[in-house]
Design a protein around this ligand. Structure first.
Ligand code: HXC
Length: 260
């Protein structure tokens, strides 16, 4: 099991879905160094478990996460930030191969918005509020916000949010393409678990290849990306699950995938 003794997160599994819940209520789930270590540790362990096919990352009703921990950073010098390579540890979270669904209710600000954007797809409660308010602190986003927001919503809205610090609500976030679905707050976790369960029921090699292919769209040229996609597509014909999936279609039945 994954129910280790963490201090700032809760970890549980439901069938093939792992659930990581940020749980620092007194700081609205502000992401300090200890929380970073725990999220990376838990997500890496779930990623290594062949019994897990998708991960849900969520917070509380009031806050997914209200940012990086301002109090932990406030007094630090530039050399300290540089030598510690502050926030670089989050890169390990982005290397998780298992799809991660962010279920966002309430505040997703600064590092909270950036952490949500590190996930593969975002589902928002109608109470969600996204923002990059670092400009109000005399700094800028430091966990990838300027890059992932620009890719997700385009230059105009990214500049608007990063330069003014204004929050956007769930409706605006969906319209901008930051989130894939908005649901009533009471239904958020169930919706995220349904999506994660749907993904976890597919053949894992095709899921990992699909995620790798889409991620590559943000890292390379169109020609290179299309080339990688075609090679991954060809490689999947080496799996039993490709034979089973296509046989099940022609026989008008549900596939029984081996690699789940
Ligand atoms: C540390 C935080 C925090 C944070 C909230 N808290 N956000 N502590 N870091 N990012 C703490 C508060 O200090 C307070 O603790 C407790 O959580 C509850 O917060 P309140 O402010 O009392 O709640 P509320 O009035 O409801 O306001 C909610 C809020 C506000 C609008 C989300 O907390 C807020 O503006 N938070 C900061 C948002 C932000 O700027 N995030 C970006 C951070 S920088 P105490 O003990 O004082 O009562 C970042 C990127 C890094 O993420 C780049 C470098 C900075």
């Amino acid at each position: 099991g994954h129910e280790n003794a963490y201090e700032n997160i809760l970890v549980e599994t439901r069938e093939r879905v792992g659930i990581i819940t940020l749980n620092r209520p007194r700081a609205l789930n502000a992401l300090d160094a200890a929380t970073l270590r725990e999220v990376v540790s838990a997500s890496t362990a779930l990623d290594a478990d062949p019994g897990i096919g998708a991960i849900v990352l969520t917070g509380s009703e009031k806050a997914f996460a209200a940012g990086a921990d301002i109090k932990e950073m406030a007094g630090r010098s530039a050399p300290e930030m540089y030598l510690a390579d502050w926030f670089a540890g989050w890169d390990a979270f982005t290397r998780v191969r298992t799809p991660v669904v962010a279920a966002v209710s309430g505040y997703a600000l600064g590092g909270g918005c950036e952490l949500a954007m590190m996930c593969d797809l975002l589902i928002a409660a109608d109470t969600a509020r996204f923002g990059q308010p670092e400009i109000n602190l005399g700094v800028i986003p430091g966990m990838g916000g300027s890059q992932r927001l620009a890719r997700a919503v385009g230059k105009a809205k990214a500049m608007d949010m990063v330069l003014t610090g204004r929050h956007i609500d769930a409706v605006e976030a969906e319209r901008a393409g930051l989130v894939s679905r908005v649901v009533p707050a009471a239904d958020l976790l169930q919706e995220a678990l349904d999506v994660a369960g749907t993904i976890a029921a597919k053949s894992l090699p095709s899921v990992l290849a699909a995620k790798e292919a889409v991620d590559t769209a943000f890292e390379t040229t169109l020609a290179q990306g299309v080339h990688l996609e075609r090679r991954l597509f060809h490689a999947l014909f080496a799996t039993e699950d490709q034979k089973e999936g296509m046989a099940a279609f022609t026989q008008k039945r549900e596939p029984r995938f081996t690699h789940r």
